[in-house]
Design a binder for this molecule. Sequence first.
Ligand code: FAD
Ligand code: NAD
Length: 481
Amino acid sequence: MADKYDVIVIGSGPGGYVAAIRGAQQGLKVACIEGWQDDSGKQVLGGTCLNVGCIPSKALLEISHKYEEAKHGFDHQGLKVGKLDVDVAQMMSHKEKIVGNLTGGIAGLFKSNGVTSIQGWGRVLNSKQVEVTDAKGKTTTYSAENIIIATGSRPIEIPPAPLTDNKIVDSTGALEFDDVPKRLGVIGAGVIGLELGSVWSRLGSEVTILEAQESFLGTVDQTIAKDALKHFRKQGLDIKLKARVTKTEVKRNLVYVTYEDSDGKEQQFKCDRLIVAVGRTPNTEKLFSSDSGVDLDERGFVFVNDDCETNVPGVYAVGDVVRGPMLAHKASEEGIMVMDRIAGKATEVNYDCIPNVIYTHPELAWVGRTEEELKAEGEAYKVGTFTFAANGRAMAANAPEGLVKVIADEKTDRVLGVHIVGHQASELIAQGVIAMEFGSSAEDLALTCFAHPTLSESLHEAALGVDGMAIHKANRKRKKK
Ligand code: FAD
Ligand code: NAD
């Protein structure tokens, strides 16, 4: 039996590594187990987020947006550029450098905080013990007062589109193309399909996205989703709704995709590469010994309560491996909350205030309730909107697309949701999150002074619009909902 720890964290993604650092800050003796290693056998810290998720995708989104702007958005602003080209190899090495810096940074943070990093795959045994198997198959058993499971998730595979080397790929493969595919197919118009579809579309691919659902981004406020769909289609993304893939075949270096269209008719298209982005599934296989006692839910997620406690006292789970949105910041919030509770500090995650962002252009960002949810629940609410087309800063930035929508409780005026489609929506949404976290009313936002000229003024105007008092638009007489 090896060392005993106050807390053993399994997984070093944003759920696990943040928890580990927080635990050490709280004076706990913490170890973090990670099995991922590179070709040289070196441990890879940072999980999906840093290595094959948030960070590399955002690097490619930033680069491709610059390219697209230079190619199509400069002329009418009086900027002339010479011949523009894409060097995919250089783009990828730039992305890898960013990833390397960040993952290396975690190793440094572990060291400076005194977190012990253990390389190998962990398995939860009974009596709060964890067995770790290293790359050579050697096992060591550690014991702890507490265990935090943060093993994350992986892409779902579907039978009609089995992955093949380089041709039919998941999100990880789509971050590693060595050239710009002439025609790109995507299955799933969710977050990954839209973000990675946008990357390659901007760089020159003709992109077709098949989405099984009839509504576009069905869980997003539909004012925002419908506006975004209009922009994406204008950009050239061929998004087909209610389109269900039935078969794929790789022939002569091309992928043939057969699908049933919205009229139930069989259709086919061919592409050079196909991305499968139909959701993710939790990493819980082989994670527990048969007598660990930890319950999973019917979809294979570790079953936890609001405090991320499993049914076994002292065993917790956070991040993608448990219910709720699969988001890096949600994972980190849960990791911090659990460590603080272990250290004896009463704290909780406010699940009503977790922002979501889709990093397309325009970006989508939202927090709180949608109008559709409130309508379905029969809640009385009021709405204010403001378009970026009437915002001076958005015009100056050549980004007049989109709008801000603020939803407030009809009686109390408390902000229930903020929904944005537009330039830098990812940054703007933090203001909505803070407002909601502090229980602000729409009037509180309306009475706040916003700097001019800023995109944030659209949030101000939307809040003023909740009571029909926006300054820079003609207010419609407000109807009671
Ligand atoms: P992970 O990050 O998946 O980390 C889990 C870690 O546990 C991995 O390193 C894994 O190797 C390790 N592990 C698994 N099993 C074991 C075991 N038995 N023993 C030891 N180690 C183990 N989210 C956002 O909020 N914003 C974004 O912009 C965003 N972009 C994304 C883009 C893409 C392409 C993808 C795929 C995801 C994106 N996400 C984004 C989602 C985000 O990456 C995840 O929500 C987040 O990484 C979840 O964190 P986690 O710590 O729960 O799990
Ligand atoms: P998703 O759930 O966002 O979207 C999957 C889409 O695929 C859905 O619209 C679904 O209806 C569709 N679909 C499912 N099966 C299909 C089929 N057989 N044919 C056609 N369409 C089908 O999942 P994702 O895009 O794979 O992303 C996975 C997770 O990663 C998400 O939950 C997200 O939270 C996270 N993520 C977040 C970000 C971000 O925060 N910006 C970025 C990328 C990923």
